[in-house]
Design a protein around this ligand. Structure first.
Ligand SMILES: [Zn+2]
Length: 86
């Protein structure tokens, strides 16, 4: 069986394009607010490199990409998730 070509998305930090499966997806869900790797709506992607997910400007970049204010509780979830990649 032929494999489907991967969906490519750009990391908002390093601006490199990756297979979507290798990126963290942050979505502004219409009902549920900012979600990590789930939800429907405007999305931004961050690659799983330490340089990017520990980017000091990440919050600003995310807020700009999602056109939304991101609260601290999201970053608690985010930090728990990225702890898996260290
Ligand atoms: Zn990156």
């Amino acid at each position: 069986m032929r494999q489907k070509s991967p969906v490519m998305r750009k990391c908002i930090s390093c601006r490199t394009t990756f297979d979507r499966n290798n990126l963290l997806k942050i979505t502004k869900d219409h009902k549920l607010g900012i979600m990590l790797n789930q939800g429907m709506g405007r999305s931004a992607y961050i690659c799983k490199s330490k340089k990017c997910y520990t980017d000091s400007k990440l919050k600003k970049k995310l807020q700009k990409a999602l056109k939304s204010i991101i609260y601290h509780d999201f970053f608690d979830i985010f930090e728990r998730e990225i702890a898996n990649y260290k």
